[in-house]
Design a protein around this ligand. Structure first.
Ligand code: SAH
Length: 478
């Protein structure tokens, strides 16, 4: 991120605008909307302000002469739009004077850029692409426009008017934040968004009366809670909406190593982030210690998120954590996530079930060879069963031995899929007899083994031209 979004008070001083035509007039309109005073050098000499209100025109001072010789005292910013080749020289002057400068379509000569804006009164959303693509920024703006309630600005304004009064009545920060969350998420917020401001005012008047809220609010709300959240396989856009809400609401996040930084970025900015998982080669702090940490944090009134890769209840030890929370009497809830097997199926086009061909799915783990030896492979003989092995890379040879001993064909299609949904995802496909060689080709985990006829439907299989893959189909056809 090179350009940090900040909000500039344009009423604090005049802005110098250099340029002509539609680009300059568009900037003048933007400056006028922010109540700015502008000093305008029209580089084509045309100072026409048709379509501007008398108020706006009164705040625009029209200047003649050489803009490079302009007096810069008292300015708060300089903007070049439609200014032809004056931009770079003007930029140099601005920088020498320590003034923020924007040269349209020229990020390299700009120290600030104009974002795409969603303007809802007190709520303003700025979207930037670092100057790379205004078109993409505008598309993002359209998406935000579509989901933002029309009266969200009214809601912000409403809260703004009450801020001081509530601050005086609820001095403690975290209680006050909860109070406002209840207002925003509850019936009062709904009234404002529905345009029924008077009723909202009346309702807030009632609940902010100390005798009304003190008991209920102060006692009931101090208790914390734990939310077990499935973070999905890696792509942050595969978080569920609920997971996102929980992350945005968290005071503290205990996360596994599998959880990517992009996903942690979606947590509330000032939430504490604490890694508690096993790192490659290093043991974690242990399940017992994790339980104790979560319970202590919740009992001290914090909103705890326990963030796990994939789904918390699929090889995630979520079950044990829930038992510990129950025993400790801590309130909790569980938000599911997309488990690695499902994400792998979607990404590499492996339908885990297929009409007449794959009627069952079995997921198992085999961390070490000895784990694979302990698996009862005799229940996995069914050819119409897709087998997905989590944590199975090291044990690949033992997994192959187990499945062959159980009578699965050495020609059974298998896939090893790694870092699913991440930018560096990888898949290697072949037959069960080749499983250890396929694992060899993988450049690091996490990875899954998928075994079963359905792998032959996958995109990587269709793209590969291995002879034995063809012969597999020929045999199957006979
Ligand atoms: N709860 C998780 C599984 C945790 S066990 C879930 O539901 O997905 C850890 C194992 O999950 C890894 O060893 C690997 O086998 C698998 N895994 C997790 N994320 C993965 C990913 N992005 N790509 C491939 N395998 C993954």
């Amino acid at each position: 991120m090179r350009f940090l979004p900040v909000f500039l008070d344009l009423q604090a001083g005049p802005v110098l605008l250099i340029g002509a035509g539609d680009p300059a007039r568009a900037k003048l309109r933007l400056l006028a909307a922010a109540g700015a005073r502008a000093r305008w050098y029209a580089t084509d000499g045309d100072h026409d302000l048709d379509g501007f209100s008398a108020d706006d025109v009164a705040r625009i001072e029209r200047l003649e002469g050489d803009p490079l010789a302009a007096d810069l005292t008292g300015l708060i910013a300089i903007v070049c739009a439609g200014a032809d080749d004056i931009g770079p020289a003007m930029s140099a002057r601005a920088r020498a004077a320590g003034l923020p400068v924007n040269v349209m379509d020229d990020p390299s000569h700009s120290t600030f850029i104009f974002p795409a804006i969603v303007d809802r009164g007190d709520v303003v959303v700025a979207v930037g692409t670092g100057g790379a693509s205004p078109v993409v920024a505008r598309r993002v703006r359209e998406m935000i426009e579509a989901v933002l309630p029309a009266r969200i600005g009214d809601l912000a304004g409403f809260i703004g008017r009450w801020r001081k009064a509530i601050h005086a009545r609820i001095p403690e920060f975290s209680l006050r934040r909860r109070f406002w969350e209840n207002v925003v998420d509850g019936p009062i917020g709904a009234l404002v968004l529905a345009g029924r401001k008077d009723e909202a005012e009346a309702a807030l008047n009632v609940i902010c009366d100390p005798s009304a809220f003190a008991g209920a609010l102060l006692s009931g709300q101090a208790e914390g809670r734990v939310t077990l959240v499935g973070a999905g396989p890696g792509d942050p856009d595969l978080l569920t909406v609920k997971a996102l809400h929980a992350l945005q609401d968290a005071d503290i996040v205990f996360h596994d190593e599998l959880v990517s930084p992009e996903i942690l970025d979606r947590a509330r900015r000032d939430a504490a982030r604490i890694p508690v998982g096993r790192r490659v080669g290093k043991p974690g702090i242990g399940q017992h210690a994790i339980n104790a940490l979560m319970i202590r944090a919740a009992k001290s009134g914090q909103r705890v998120v326990r963030l796990k890769g994939g789904d918390p209840f699929v090889f995630g030890r979520g079950g044990e954590e829930v038992e510990a929370l129950r025993k400790a009497g801590v309130a909790y809830s569980v938000i599911p996530g997309i488990t690695a097997a499902l994400a792998a199926g979607a990404q590499f086009e492996v339908p885990l079930t297929f009409r007449n061909e794959a009627l069952r799915i079995t997921c198992l783990t085999a961390h070490q060879a000895k784990d694979a030896e302990a698996v009862d492979w005799s229940v996995l003989t069914d050819e119409k069963m897709t087998v997905v092995v989590y944590m199975g890379m090291t044990a690949a040879t033992a997994v192959r031995a187990g499945l062959l001993a159980a009578g699965r064909s050495p020609q059974t299609p298998v896939g090893v899929v790694a870092r699913v949904t991440r930018p560096d995802a990888q898949a290697e496909v072949g037959t069960l007899s080749q499983l250890p060689d396929l694992v060899e080709k993988i450049d690091g985990g996490p990875a899954l083994l998928i075994i079963g006829d359905v792998v032959a439907h996958s995109a990587p299989w269709r793209q590969s031209d291995l002879a034995q893959l063809v012969s597999y189909f020929q045999e199957a056809a006979e």
